[in-house]
Design a protein around this ligand. Structure first.
Ligand code: FNR
Ligand code: 8K6
Length: 347
C-alpha cells in the first residue's frame, strides 16, 4: 500500500505539503555562463510540481563556492530574476520549492571564479581531479580566518534573503556530502585548534552560526537542513565524528527548523561509528520532521515511513528518469529506470 505517500503533510503553521514525496536536490550543471537558470530549467522544475516539495539543485551563495561547471547562483540580480521564473512556474503548477544553498569549500576550484585559492576549515586538499574536468586537480585550501567565516555567514544569510526575494518557499542549508559546512563537522577535514575545531562544540560553531543567521533572517519555518553524519563523499568518516553529531543534532532540534534531511546516496550503507544507517542514527538523535533518501522505491520508502524510520521520502535519480514520477506511482505504472547518460539532458 502506497497510500501513506499521498497523504498531505503539515510541516508547520506556514507550510503544508500535498504529499510526502520530496524531489531530492540534484545538481545538473545546466545554468548559463553567468550561472543564471535557463528556460529549460524552468520547464524541468515545473514538470515536477506535483511532488510535495521540490528541493532545488544546490545553488551557490557566492562565486568562490563553485566546484562544478554551470552550477547556478543566487548572488546577482540576474540570477535572482532567473530563479523567479522557476518559482513562478512551479507555483503556477501548484507546487512548492525550496532553494538548496551551498558553498563547496575545498571542493571548489579557482578555475571557475578566477581566484587564487579556495576556503575551507583546514589546509587539507581533496585528493584527485575534478569530475568531467580531469585536467584540473583539487587545490590545497586556505583555512578561513574568523573574519572570513563571519563574511561567509553573512553571505549565506543574504543568499537566503535572495531566495525568498526570488519566490522560493524556503531554503535548505546544504550541510551534507562533504561540502563547506560538512567539512567543519568531520575530523578528516577539520584539524583547527581555534574556536572552530578540536571539540564537538567548536566544530559545530560555524554550521550553527549559518543556521541561526538564516533562520533569523527568513524564519525557522522556512529553513531546512541537510546533514551527513556518515562521511562517504568528498571526505572520509572518522569514529570521532560521532561525538560531533551527538552534540549537533539536539542543538538543531532546539532550533525548530522546518525539517532535517538525510544526506546519503544509499541508505542501506551502514556506518560502524553510527551503529547503523545514517537515517537510523538521525532518527534516534532528532525528534523533528526527518526526510529520508537514498535508493528507495515507492514501496520501500512507504514501508520506511510506516515503520517510523522517517516522515517524508526524498527521491532523486528516479525523478530524473521520470518527470511524471508522482502520477506514475499513483497510477501504479512502470517507472523508467535511471541511468547516468540521462544527466546529459534536462527532461
Ligand atoms: C545528487 N545529490 C545531491 N545532493 C545534494 O544535497 N545536493 C545536490 O545538488 C545533489 N546533486 C546530485 C546530483 C546527482 C546527479 C545525483 C545522482 C545526486 C544526492 C541526491 O540528493 C540524493 O541524496 C541521492 O541521489 C540518493 O537518492 P536517490 O537518487 O537514490 O533517490
Ligand atoms: C553533489 C554534486 C554532484 C555533482 C554532480 C555529479 C553527481 C554524480 C552522481 C554520482 C555520484 C556517486 C557518489 C556516490 C557516493 C559514494 C558512496 C559510497
Amino acid at each position: 500500500m502506497l497510500d501513506t505517500l499521498f497523504h498531505p503533510f503539515v510541516l508547520n503553521d506556514t507550510l503544508t505539503l500535498k504529499n510526502r514525496i520530496i524531489m531530492a536536490p540534484l545538481t545538473r550543471c545546466m545554468a548559463d555562463d553567468d550561472l543564471i537558470p535557463t528556460q529549460a530549467m524552468v520547464d524541468y522544475y515545473a514538470r515536477r510540481a506535483d511532488t510535495g516539495l521540490i528541493i532545488s539543485e544546490a545553488i551557490l551563495i557566492r562565486a568562490d563556492g563553485q566546484g562544478y561547471p554551470h552550477t547556478p547562483g543566487l548572488f546577482t540580480p540576474e540570477q535572482i530574476n532567473g530563479w523567479r521564473n522557476v518559482t513562478d512556474a512551479v507555483h503556477h503548477n501548484g507546487g512548492k520549492i525550496f532553494a538548496q544553498l551551498w558553498h563547496t569549500g575545498r571542493v571548489a576550484h579557482p578555475f571557475f571564479f578566477g581566484g587564487e585559492y579556495v576556503l575551507a576549515p583546514s589546509a587539507i586538499a581533496l585528493e584527485g581531479t575534478l569530475p568531467r574536468m580531469r585536467e584540473l586537480t583539487y587545490t590545497t585550501p586556505k583555512p578561513a580566518t574568523k573574519a572570513e567565516l563571519e563574511q561567509l555567514v553573512a553571505d549565506f544569510s543574504q543568499a537566503a534573503a535572495n531566495a525568498i526575494d526570488a519566490g522560493f518557499d524556503g531554503v535548505e542549508i546544504h550541510g551534507a556530502n562533504g561540502y563547506l559546512l560538512d567539512q567543519f563537522l568531520h575530523f578528516n577535514t577539520n584539524v583547527r585548534d581555534d574556536e572552530f575545531g578540536g571539540t564537538p562544540e567548536n566544530m559545530a560553531r560555524f554550521p550553527l552560526a549559518v543556521i541561526d543567521a538564516i533562520s533569523q533572517r527568513i524564519g525557522r519555518d522556512r529553513t531546512g537542513l541537510r546533514l551527513s553524519p556518515g562521511g562517504y563523499f568528498n571526505l572520509e568518516g572518522d569514529t570521532r565524528d560521532r561525538a560531533v553529531f551527538d552534540y549537533l543534532l539536539p542543538e538543531v532540534e532546539k532550533r525548530c527548523l522546518a525539517y532535517l534531511h538525510v544526506g546519503i546516496f544509499d541508505d542501506s550503507m551502514n556506518f560502524e561509528y553510527l551503529d547503523g544507517s545514517v537515517s537510523h542514527y538521525m532518527r534516534t538523535h532528532y525528534q523533528g520532521t526527518l526526510i529520508g533518501v537514498g535508493c528507495y522505491s515507492p514501496q520501500t520508502g512507504s514501508d520506511a515511513i510506516e515503520a517510523g524510520k522517517f516522515d517524508l521520502l526524498a527521491i532523486g535519480r528516479p525523478l530524473i528518469a521520470n518527470p511524471d514520477y508522482v502520477s506514475k506511482v499513483q497510477a501504479n505504472q512502470t517507472l523508467v529506470p535511471y541511468n547516468d547518460t540521462m544527466l546529459a539532458q534536462l527532461v
